[in-house]
Ligand binder design. Structure first.
Ligand SMILES: [Zn+2]
Length: 331
């Protein structure tokens, strides 16, 4: 994180309750929360973003939201969660939503513009921080968080701390290989878990499905605002045999992927969130059977598979937590 003094808009820095701003920077908007030490949001805000958003435009949007939420009061630190990877040198290595920011020393640059310490982490890591702070993993020292959305995000907490790995790329469960030479993944490799269970996987699997299923699913997407995975699971529930096969294969793939993760990491708590999670929990018995088939030396009953609780605020809440942890680490 960038070290510096807190943004001081007044108040007593010693006795005033601390306030942490968390921003979830997505491809279309920034979600922001202001939270106290207990993780409870006391204010929230939202600002638009776009693929061509520049560093200065992002800083202006964040500063504006910060001003709205804090109403002039002191903010002790700013955390930012975004898709992509932060290298150990503080340079943003990849950013699917804000490509103009790649190559930027983003913590330093935003810290200078906002005038307070800034801490940046991957959005799935922030979701894990949120669940460990005030969500389904509160109080747990070791757990794996998996988000099932447009891709598969994951964050690993070991001994109460996020595990980033040697170069910052740790815990990319979505890009572990499930099928050698399998389906093409958005990352360019083949056979990744994300190519079998995610919104993008559902879309791709539907392209290979019979025309009638494609047509009905497409209508749910275009006319009723469903995601492709949601449409697929809904049609499976309605009894479409091909949709049921595809949905079952998605759950089986997820089970195999989670079992491999547990075999590697020996965590006993797995928290699942993201837009596809509700459909997964509707099929929890099938998921547990799939995990059980590939789990080494223990039954699936030794695991807790829990639904994430922080919902769509997870990224922003976890970013606020990242700001708090960064401030405490430099004391
Ligand atoms: Zn991949």
């Amino acid at each position: 994180m960038r070290r510096g003094r807190a943004a001081d808009g007044g108040g007593d820095p010693v006795t005033a309750a601390r306030r942490w701003a968390g921003f979830d920077v997505g491809g279309q908007s920034v979600k922001a929360v202001l939270a106290g030490d207990n993780g409870r949001p006391v204010a929230s805000a939202r600002r638009p973003t776009g693929l061509d958003t520049s560093l200065d435009e992002l800083a202006a949007a964040l500063g504006d939201a910060l001003k709205e939420m804090s109403a002039g009061a002191r903010v002790d630190g700013v955390g930012i969660g975004m898709a992509g990877v932060m290298g150990p040198d503080g340079i943003l290595k990849g950013s699917p939503n804000l490509p103009r920011l790649v190559g930027t020393a983003i913590e330093t640059e935003l810290g200078d513009r906002l005038g307070c310490p800034v801490s940046v982490d991957n959005d799935a890591n922030c979701a894990a921080l949120a669940e460990g702070w005030v969500g389904a993993a509160a109080g747990a020292s070791d757990f794996l968080l998996v988000t099932l959305g447009s891709g598969v995000g994951s964050g690993l907490v070991i001994g109460g701390e996020l595990y980033h790995g040697t170069t910052g790329y740790a815990c990319e469960l979505g890009h572990t290989v499930l099928v050698k030479d399998g389906r093409r993944c958005g990352c360019g490799n083949r056979g990744c878990l994300e190519a079998y269970v995610s919104e993008s996987a559902a879309r791709s699997l539907l392209e290979d499905a019979p025309a009638e299923l494609r047509r009905v699913a497409g209508r749910l997407v275009s006319e009723r605002g469903f995601g492709y995975a949601q449409a697929l699971f809904a049609l499976a529930d309605e009894g479409d045999s091909r949709a049921r096969e595809i949905a079952a294969a998605m759950i089986d793939a997820l089970g195999a992927g989670l079992a491999s993760a547990v075999n590697l990491l020996d965590v006993t708590l797995v928290v699942i969130g993201g837009g596809i999670a509700p459909a997964v929990f509707d099929r929890i018995e099938q998921l547990e059977e799939a995990i059980d088939r590939s789990l080494f030396a223990r039954p699936v009953s030794s695991l807790t598979i829990a639904a994430a609780r922080c919902g769509s605020d997870a990224g922003a809440i976890g970013a606020a937590r990242a700001a708090m942890l960064a401030a405490e680490a430099v004391r």
